[in-house]
Write a protein that binds this ligand. Structure first.
Ligand code: SAM
Length: 291
């Protein structure tokens, strides 16, 4: 498959674009392993982000009923459109693949859900490294429309999402993703699995979306939590109180009172707080704001 993807790119006058994060998977068995982790059935419609040369798309089309494939590169779209369907192109994508020329960061999630027959999205992606962060925040924002995402990204980013409080990897995405989903490490993937080879290691994770309130922490204001988390991590070396004061949510004295009422210390750092503690603090701040 390695020679194939190189040959295909050359034949079509395409070069792997660095800007679009084009590191294509080259081993069929690795692509198949990733697809197996999604546990799909023929009843499922699956959304693939970044179709590329179709390394994941083909096993996905075998496992699921339908694949909706998003791709930002017009050259790649053209290549597949020319090759799809006809018997003279045995390497074309299967007929149950619907390609959309689209930048996922500008996607309309309502529309994607409609395309997936009104069902919550099952997402698979070998992500371009450059979009992993905005893409994760997009998933958090649209969490109600997503069932799960099996994604390959930088190993370092995967480690951040799985980090425990008190470590330097623990940060804003770790906490915010945890409010809407659980994250599981599935496998590590080395540079030799791609063409061209990236300089870093990758990992595949599964993000399963389920609202945290169902997991018994009580109701809380998601937007306010976002402000609390962003303001306190934004000033990582500052104390919880000083970071929180920069949010301007309430006066510093009232915020100190809120921290104490949430049974926390004003002198701790944001990275030491578990999600449940951020939520408790948010709930107390909400009460004070409504007074
Ligand atoms: N799925 C293929 C594979 O596993 O070999 C390709 C993966 S490659 C890492 C990422 C793919 O995403 C490329 O084909 C790239 O053109 C596409 N891409 C980059 N940015 C994108 C965006 N914002 N929206 C949709 N696709 C994008």
């Amino acid at each position: 498959m390695y020679q194939q993807s190189k040959k295909l790119l050359k034949e079509q006058g395409l070069a792997a674009s660095k800007k679009l994060g084009q590191n294509f998977l080259v081993h069929r068995h690795t692509a198949k392993r990733i697809v197996d982790y999604a546990e799909l059935s023929k009843q499922d419609t699956v959304l693939e982000i970044g179709v590329g040369l179709g390394a994941l798309t083909r096993p996905l089309a075998e496992a699921a009923g339908q694949v909706i494939g998003l791709e930002a590169d017009s050259g790649i779209i053209r290549l597949h459109e020319e090759q799809q369907g006809g018997p003279e192109h045995p390497d074309g994508l299967p007929e149950n693949v619907q390609l959309l020329h689209q930048d996922v960061l500008k996607a309309n999630y309502e529309e994607l859900v409609q395309r997936c027959h009104g069902k919550k999205l099952k997402i698979i992606a070998n992500l371009p490294y450059s979009i992993s962060s905005p893409f994760l925040f997009q998933l958090i924002e649209h969490h109600e429309q997503i069932d799960f995402a099996v994604v390959m990204l930088q190993k370092e980013v995967a480690q951040r999402l799985l980090a425990q409080p008190g470590t330097k990897e623990y940060g804003v995405p770790t906490v915010l993703l945890r409010t809407v989903a659980t994250v599981k490490m599935l496998m590590s993937v080395g540079p030799e699995e791609f063409h061209p080879r990236p300089k870093i290691d990758s990992a595949v994770i599964r993000i399963s979306f389920s609202p945290l309130s169902e997991r018994a922490v009580g109701a809380f204001d998601h937007n306010l939590l976002k402000i609390v988390v962003n303001s306190t991590f934004g000033q990582r070396r500052k104390t919880l109180l000083n970071g929180l004061a920069s949010s301007g949510l309430l006066s510093k004295d009232v915020l100190r009172e809120c921290i104490l009422q949430a049974e926390l210390l004003p002198s701790v750092r944001a990275e030491q707080l578990a999600l449940e503690e951020f939520i408790r603090l948010t709930q107390v701040i909400t009460k004070h704001k409504n007074q």
